[in-house]
Ligand binder design. Structure first.
Ligand SMILES: Nc1ncnc2c1ncn2[C@@H]1O[C@H](COP(=O)(O)OP(=O)(O)OP(=O)(O)O)[C@@H](O)[C@H]1O
Ligand SMILES: [Mg+2]
Length: 381
């Protein structure tokens, strides 16, 4: 538990606020009990590496994170293929590396490949390797990612991006444990545990024919869904403290503390970029801090009002309220022959308020024009 020695600095110097419960939970070590590092029996390696541990600790105390942790502990040691899904930045790669650390393959290679970043026509060569002269430019043979991960774990990130032909070869690798090196006329055995990650609904992709269905079932033997941060806002103070600690140490800063109200502000944001976005925000706060006090970055303050209110209310809710308001205005105008005073009376509004609303909905000019029409039939917005 050495590596946490400076965590209490952050926590103790936090101002007492309504969110002190979060701070207290850190002091009580709830964070540690919910981090994988608290399970040295299962994950001996996580408990010994000072450098690796902070980045390889799953921080969170929400029910969702506890469940995720339980799944990782259960599934990690079994040599089973796992499909990790979740929005961008939720921690899929972290989960994949924890699965590896919890397995008997720990200490063996952990190779991560971003399938989305491989040029389509090179996918097979990159994954399965190639012999010299297999194609123009293949001057030296390469063993590919499968070869590099032999005896260890291969994490296929953005697996949905693999071209269909490469998917067929991947299926064979999963089913038969052998790969066909590009340009070679023989297959070779590989011993690799696969973990696939995706931020798409891979089952839907398979249904739509964009991903091989047989491969989908082979990859998703066990599915692990990492929930978005907005669905576990309880974890935000814990994560913020964790990252503050991490970056204070990395940037060589002394003890840091959050200014009053910052944790609440962080908790009320929707975080479309999830944990990665929160991590970057806190890193920037540490880098810009004055005397160890962490204040909300300017861009977060500016974005706050707009972003968090639309996330709280939901764009749909706001749009529907606006549409309803507009419909009421139109109805009242129509019923009163476009007489604004009559419409205001009917709606129980002052004339000034009504005029303001008409203006906001762009109905002021229309009302005037139509108001001149006999019978006030139709108000055209
Ligand atoms: N629960 C967590 N505790 C601590 N750190 C976390 C947690 N979840 C994510 N992180 C950190 O957030 C960052 C983003 O996580 P990661 O790269 O695993 O996300 P991802 O889901 O793979 O994203 P993408 O879909 O964009 O590839 C990493 O630095 C990771 O260590
Ligand atoms: Mg990732």
């Amino acid at each position: 538990m050495e590596r946490y020695t400076n965590m209490p600095h952050i926590v103790r110097s936090l101002p007492r606020t309504d969110t002190d419960e979060a701070a207290d939970s850190l002091l009580e070590g709830r964070l540690m009990t919910t981090s994988l590092s608290a399970a040295p029996r299962l994950l001996p390696r996580l408990d010994t590496s000072e450098e690796r541990t902070p980045r390889h600790t799953l921080v969170g105390d929400s029910a969702a994170m506890r469940q995720l942790l339980a799944t990782v502990e259960k599934v990690g040691p079994k040599d089973v293929t796992v499909l990790v899904t979740g929005e961008t930045g939720t921690g899929k790669e972290l989960v994949a590396s924890l699965l590896h650390s919890a397995s008997s393959r720990v200490g063996r290679p952990l190779v991560r490949v971003n399938c989305g970043a491989i040029p389509r026509d090179l996918a097979e060569a990159e994954l399965f390797g190639y012999v010299r002269g297999a194609f123009t430019g293949a001057l030296q043979p390469r063993r590919g990612f499968f070869g590099a991960a032999d005896t260890g774990t291969l994490v296929l990130d953005e697996v949905e991006a693999l071209p269909l032909e490469a998917q067929a070869k991947l299926l064979r690798a999963v089913q038969q444990g052998e790969v066909q090196t590009v340009g070679a006329d023989y297959a070779r055995k590989v011993n690799v545990r696969l973990i696939a990650c995706s931020n798409t609904d891979l089952r839907a992709e398979a249904k739509a024919g964009r991903f091989r269905q047989d491969l989908y079932y082979r990859l998703a033997v066990v599915g692990v869904a990492v929930p978005p941060l907005r669905e576990r806002a309880d974890d935000i103070p814990l994560l913020a403290a964790h990252f503050a600690n991490l970056y204070a140490r990395r940037f060589g800063a002394g003890p840091v503390r959050f200014a009053a109200g910052v944790l609440e502000a962080l908790q009320s944001r929707p975080w479309p970029g999830n944990v990665r976005e929160l991590e970057n925000a806190v890193a920037s706060m540490v880098a810009l801090s004055d005397g160890g006090e962490l204040a909300l970055a300017q861009e977060l303050r500016e974005g706050d009002e707009e972003e968090s209110s639309s996330a709280r209310d939901g764009p749909d809710f706001r749009a529907r309220v606006k549409a309803f308001e507009r419909a009421l205005l139109l109805e009242a105008l129509a019923a009163n022959g476009n007489n604004r005073s009559g419409a205001a009376r009917q709606l129980g509004l002052s004339r000034t308020t009504l005029l303001g609303l008409l203006q906001r909905h762009g109905l002021d000019a229309g009302a005037k024009t139509v108001g001149a029409a006999p019978g006030g039939a139709k108000v055209v917005p």
